[in-house]
Design a binder for this molecule. Structure first.
Ligand code: SAJ
Length: 425
């Protein structure tokens, strides 16, 4: 690969680790950010997001002199767009950041440059949206410059490892664009790299997360059915998954994060007539927070003015990310119903509602509501915690707690996806 200088637009969860990996591989990397504080932090070798291994990587990249952050775009050999692609309140893709990045690149684009879109995008974005913006520079995509889509596929919490080890799909506006992008990523990617066209790459990325969303919706539907039947959805899933071709996912209080709860909408938006199952799954998962609140109210119906302690508000276990977390609508709903809620999360530092220490959160409550399966929760001592609460009731929506242990400590243990324990015993 002849490319010497890479300009990465967006230094977030994907852009920053990608920039750092290229820099530690000897490329000159310039990271373009809109936020001055982020620029300053990174230029000092610091990080503004939590991700295992990232700090060491950024420190090494900045120290080597190969990575620097800036507010202004610069000319380069390669441009990588790693900006957010959120959805609007009406569930439409918001491509504002991709558009802005495209205009910035167009202002410095030169012949023989390579532009790569990493942000997850609706089908047709590269060809129909980004290409015309870049061509405003007076150059032709596929002739004067190359354009490719290489969707990120890493899981928060293991980003650095997965960036290197995962397989990659690279779609090009033409074969040469895909091949050039592939040569670039081969510098650090250990997984297989598959080449295709841009729209197929866009759709395959969306379908990965959509598959997971629909599968989780199926598990959540089973949870509701098993509650009615008085059996355990967790056991049903475990047993069904013994079949070599079955992989039912896990139920939960809802699907959060900026990916799985967002990406299916990019397909529904374009193909609302055809994407029936995708839409149903998405809506079912979005209904789970309401379902959890409904069940909780039934559990607590005989307790006057109940107080609840929520354990875990990040969108999944062992991370600090609260984007689109189902915990937020659940807490909002409880508060609107006039229920007193305290919150404890060992990872989250910044949340819409006040966060407490564990003991303060549990003090005098009638029910512990577990919403996130942080490892810390699995090692809690229910005997000790039982001394703090007013009523020993726990509602575990993630099947994270050892039921026997909690029952021995005098707790009545309710689980999402299981019938009422009082009826079962
Ligand atoms: N969840 C369940 N049941 C499950 C699995 C997950 O309820 O069986 C919930 C989680 O609690 C969480 C949400 O789904 O609220 C999403 O979590 P996740 O771990 O499934 O996925 P993300 O959003 O953290 O990351 C996904 C990954 N996609 C796939 O695994 C197909 C990741 O590889 C993508 O790069 C990422 O989306 C992305 O950026 O698109």
């Amino acid at each position: 690969m002849k490319a010497k200088k890479i300009c990465i637009l967006g230094l977030g969860y994907i852009g920053l680790p990608t920039a750092s990996i290229f820099a530690t591989n000897g490329f000159e990397v310039v990271g373009v950010e809109v936020n001055q504080n982020v620029v300053d932090t990174i230029n000092k070798g610091g990080i503004h997001i939590q991700e295992p291994g990232l700090h060491t990587l950024v420190q090494a990249a900045v120290k080597s002199g190969c990575l620097r952050a800036t507010l202004e775009i610069e000319s380069a050999d390669v441009f990588i767009i790693a900006v957010p692609t959120p959805i609007t309140e009406n569930k439409q893709a918001d491509l504002t950041f991709v558009r802005d990045a495209g205009h910035m690149i167009a202002s410095v684009l030169q012949k023989d440059n390579l532009v790569i879109l990493e942000s997850t995008s609706p089908p047709g974005t590269c060809d129909g949206f980004l290409k015309p913006i870049l061509e405003e520079a007076g150059l032709k995509a596929g002739i004067d410059f190359s354009l490719a889509h290489s969707p990120e596929r890493v899981i928060p919490g293991s980003t650095v490892r997965e960036l290197i080890q995962n397989n990659r799909v690279i779609g090009g506006i033409n074969r040469n664009s895909a091949q050039l992008a592939s040569q670039l990523y081969k510098v650090f990617v250990e997984g297989e790299i598959k080449l295709t066209d841009c729209t197929t790459a866009e759709m395959s990325k969306l379908m990965e997360n959509t598959y997971r969303d629909v599968n989780i919706a199926l598990a959540n539907e089973l949870a509701v059915i098993c509650e009615k039947e008085g059996i355990s959805a967790w056991e049903v899933i475990e047993l069904s998954n013994l079949h070599p071709r079955v992989n039912i996912h896990q139920p939960g209080p809802g699907v959060g994060g900026h990916c799985i709860a967002v990406d299916p909408w990019f397909i529904i938006e374009r193909y609302s007539d055809a994407a029936k199952m995708i839409e149903l799954g998405r809506k079912h998962n979005d209904s789970m927070p309401g379902y959890v609140v409904q069940r909780l109210k039934l559990i607590l119906e005989n307790i006057p003015a109940p107080k609840i302690a929520v354990l875990g508000v990040s969108y999944k276990g062992n991370i600090d990310d609260v984007r689109l977390t189902p915990a937020l609508p659940i807490i909002q709903n409880l508060k609107e119903a006039g229920i007193d809620v305290t919150i404890y999360d060992p990872h989250v530092r910044d949340f819409e509602y006040e966060l407490f220490g564990l003991k303060d959160a549990l003090n005098g409550v009638d029910c512990i509501l577990l919403l996130t399966d942080h490892d810390e929760f699995k090692f809690m001592a229910p005997q000790e915690l039982g001394k703090l609460v007013r009523n020993r009731i726990v509602f575990d929506t993630k099947n994270a707690l050892d039921r026997e242990l909690w029952q021995k400590a005098g707790f009545t243990v309710y689980r999402l996806g299981e019938g009422d324990p009082k009826e079962n015993n």
